[in-house]
Ligand binder design. Sequence first.
Ligand code: HEM
Length: 570
Amino acid sequence: MLASLFLTTALLFMGYAGYSLHTLLYKVRPLGIPYFVIPFYPSPFSRIFLIPFVNLLIKVFGLTHPRFFLMTLDWQVRQRYEMYRFIRSDIFFTVTPWKVILHVADPDMAVEVLAGKGGNGELYTRPDVYNSMLGLFGENVLTEEGAVWRDHRKITAPVIGKSLSVVWEESLTQIQQMIRYYDKHEAINTSYRDFRRATLGVIARAGFSKVMEWCPLATAIANEKDDEGSYQKCLHVLFENFMWAVIAPSWILEMLPFKALREAGGAANNFRFFVNEWFEEKKTKIELDNKTTLGPSSKADLMVPLLSKSEVIGNAFAQAHPLSLQHLANSPQIFILAGHETSAHTIANAIYLLAMYPEYQVKLQEEIDSILGDSDHNQTSYKTHFDAFSSGWIAAILFETLRLIPELTVMARQIGPTPRTFPRAGDLRPITLPPGIEFWIHVIGLSHNPKYWTQPGKTEAESAISEFRPERWLPKSGDSTMLKPYNGSYIPFSIGARGCIGKKFAHVEFTAIMLGLFREMSVEFDSCGGRKTFDEARLECLAEMENFESKITLQPSGEMPSIKWVRRRR
Ligand code: HEM
C-alpha cells in the first residue's frame, strides 16, 4: 500500500517535471541560443543532497561530455571560459524542469543585466532563492529590492566611505600582531583563517570601535570565555556550514542528531546574538552621548552615523526614510558577513599567488621601498599614502587576484514579468527574452573571455589569460592610468548602482595589509624539511585552486600547501 502510494507520487512528480520541462523548452528553442537540459535546479538543497551524488556517478561512469560538467559543483570555477569556447557562444541556456538559466560571459549583456533597469523602471532583482540565503540575518541592504533597498543604500554607502582612515590604521595594527606570531612559527597552512581574523579585527574596529587583537583561530577558540573568541568560533562554524544554515532554520538544526548541524544552528543563533549585543552596546553609548552636551564621542565608526539615522535617535532624515531600527540593526551583520570573508580570502589568495610567483614579491617590495624610503610604514596613514600605492604593483596584484579568483563566481538576476531585449557584444543582434528567465552572470567566464583579455599585439597564448600576470594592469609607459578592461569583462565587485558598497574599503585594507606584510617579510612554500621542491608545492597549490568551492564565497575545499613567512633579506 505504502509502496504503491510512493510509486504513484513519484510518477506524478516525474510527469509534472516532464510537462514543465517540455513547456520551458518550447519557450527556449525558438531563441536560437545553444541550450543543455539539466535534470535539476542548482539550489542550496541540490548542492547538499543531489549534486555530490551526481558528481559521484559522473566520476564512476567516466562521463566526459561537457554537458555533464554543467551538473557538477562549481563548474564555473573549473571550466572558466572553456564551456563558451566549446559551444562558440558567449551565452547559453541550461533548461531544468523548474527554471531556465541563461549563463552569460558576454560583457554587454552583463552590464545591462547588472546595471540596467527592467520593465518597472527598477534594477533586475536577484532570484528569490538568493535573497532568502542572504536574508538569513534579516532584511538588509544586500537582500532588499526597490525603494527599501535605495533607503538602505543611501544610509550605508556614505558611512563606509568615512571609515577608511581607521581601516588603514587597524589593518597595519592587525598585521603587526600577526607578524609577531609568524616570527615564532616555522610553517603555517592557516592563512585563510588568519586573514579572516585580521579582517574581522578591521571591520570590528571600523564598524563598532571594538578592538580585537589578532590571534590564531585556535587561541581565539581556546579563549572562548572572552567575547571575541566565541564570536570568532561561531563565525567559523557558520561559514563552514553555511548551506545548512540556509536550508533549515536554526531551531530545526539544533534538534537534529548530528553534532555538526547542531553546532551550525547554534552558530547562526549566536552570530545574531553577538552582533545584536554589539549593536545594543553602541546604541546605548550614543544615546548617552547625545544626552550630554558634548554629543557623540566618536564619529569614526560605521555605527555612529548609521544609528544617528535611526528612528530611535530620530532626525529629519529618519522621518523621510523610515527604516526601522531592526533594518539598521541588520546592517552591521551584513557588513561583517559581506565585508570580512571576501577581503580575507582575496588577501590569502594573493599571498598564495605571490608564493607561486616570487618575482612579483620583489616588484612589490621595490615599490614599497621606493615610496617609503627609510620611513616607518607603521607611521603611514590612508590620507598620506593610499594614493601613492593605488596605481602600482599592489593595486595590480589585487586586480589580477580578483580576475583569476573572484569571491563570487556568479551573480544571479531575473527578468520581471514582461519580455525584455538585451544587447550582445560585437556585432551580434540584441535578443528578446521571455519572462521567468534567470541570468547567471559568470564572473570568471567574463574575466577569461579571450575576446577581451587578449592583449593588443599579442596572441591569446602570449596573453596568458589563465595565469597570474599583474603587469597587465600597470599603466603603459607614458601613461598614468591603469588598464581599463572592456566594460563588463571584469566585475568582481559587480557594477552599477548595486555594485559592492565596500569596494574602496577592501582596496584600502588590501593595500595596508600588503604594505605591512611585505615591508618586513617574504613568503615562500614550506619545503617540509627538503622533501618538497618549489615546483611540487606550486603544482599542489594550483591543483587546490582548481578545486576551490563556493561556500559563501569561493574558498579552498581541501588543505592548501604550507607556507613560511621569513624576514626580508635587504
Ligand atoms: C575583496 C573584497 C570584496 C569583494 C570581492 C566584494 C564583492 C561584492 C559583490 C560582487 C557584490 C555584489 C553582489 C551581487 O550583486 O549579487 C557585493 C555587494 C556588497 N558588498 Fe562587497 N565585496 C568585497 C568587500 C566588501 C566589504 C569590505 C564590505 C563592507 C565593509 C562589503 C559590503 C557589501 C555590501 C553591503 C553589498 C551589497 C550592496 C547592495 O546590494 O547594494 N563588501 N560585494
